[in-house]
Design a protein around this ligand. Structure first.
Ligand SMILES: O=C(O)[C@@H](CO)OP(=O)(O)O
Length: 281
């Protein structure tokens, strides 16, 4: 049997030899895109800006990872390939989810482009104290504006990642705004993750609040101004069907109602509210 796959163009096709010896084109739809923010981390629990700092999951975060895998299995959304950042909170959440879904054997790709947004000199600071010190407006600009980065961290500061061997060969950022994340992440989404989606694979992307905000911005066609209102809850798979341009098939354009489907909608609503409220006491 002769099979030929085309990974680009409007629709992926499989050309197969039929019983009558004639070639048949079978339209093949894109795989599902499953976005998952890591479970609660120690610095989520202590309300500290995290960014590229490699913190552990809490027990609650580990339970969220397991639950996410149970939801994937119960919804018949078994991933064929996993993409993660280089940060242990995403890596371990995904491992717990795949274990619960009996899919630990799938191929895994880890890439720094999926890392959380680098939070610059805010990394390690308490969010409530930062808000008190600088005021609501500045706090929200640093936290949610599209193009205002926090102040840069000193390369030799305690929570700088300069010199970390996992980033050998790349220029480690000293701060990033969301636009910087879009710039580093979207070409990778289009090429690497996109190739797997176009090949019909279900792709699990285990990443972070702000790297996933960059992805959802593109998927749902959310404006630079409106993206400030989008928050992503921890450990709750968000499932998208994507079109030929790897956008959501029915983009909402609405940061308060992305078109992806949360597998646990009630927990997602509570989780979104909790993230939005961070900075309070
Ligand atoms: O601290 C961070 O790295 C992120 C995600 O936890 O926080 P925020 O939601 O404030 O952008």
């Amino acid at each position: 049997m002769h099979r030929r796959r085309r990974l680009s163009g409007r629709t992926s096709q499989v050309t197969a030899m039929g019983d009558d010896g004639l070639c048949q084109n079978q339209g093949m739809s894109n795989g599902k895109l499953i976005l998952m923010r890591h479970g609660e981390s120690e610095w989520n629990a202590s309300n500290q800006f995290t960014g590229w700092q490699d913190v552990n999951l809490t027990d609650k975060g580990r339970a969220e990872g397991k639950r996410a895998g149970e939801l994937l299995a119960a919804n018949d959304l078994l991933p064929d390939v996993l993409y993660t950042s280089l940060l242990r909170r995403a890596i371990i959440t995904a491992q717990l989810a795949l274990d619960a879904a009996d899919r630990v054997w799938i191929p895994v790709v880890r890439d720094w482009r999926l890392n959380e947004r680098h939070y610059g000199a805010l990394q390690g600071l308490n969010k409530a104290e930062t808000k008190d010190k600088y005021g609501d407006e500045q706090f929200m600009l640093w936290r949610r504006s599209y193009d205002t980065p926090p102040p840069a961290i000193a390369a030799d500061a305690e929570y700088s990642q300069v010199g970390d061997p996992r980033y050998a060969g790349i220029e480690v950022p000293l701060t990033e705004c969301l636009q910087d994340v879009v710039t580093r992440l979207m070409p990778y989404y289009a090429e690497a993750i996109g190739a797997d989606l176009r090949a019909g694979k279900n792709v699990l992307v285990a990443a972070h609040g702000n790297s996933l905000r960059a992805l959802v911005k593109y998927l749902d066609g959310i404006s630079d101004a409106d993206i400030a209102q989008l928050n992503i809850p921890t450990g709750n798979p968000l499932v998208y069907e994507v079109d030929d341009e790897l956008r959501a098939v029915s983009p909402s354009g609405d940061p308060l109602a992305p078109s992806g489907r949360y597998l646990d909608p009630e927990a997602a609503a509570a989780g979104v509210a909790a993230v939005a409220a961070q900075g309070g006491k």
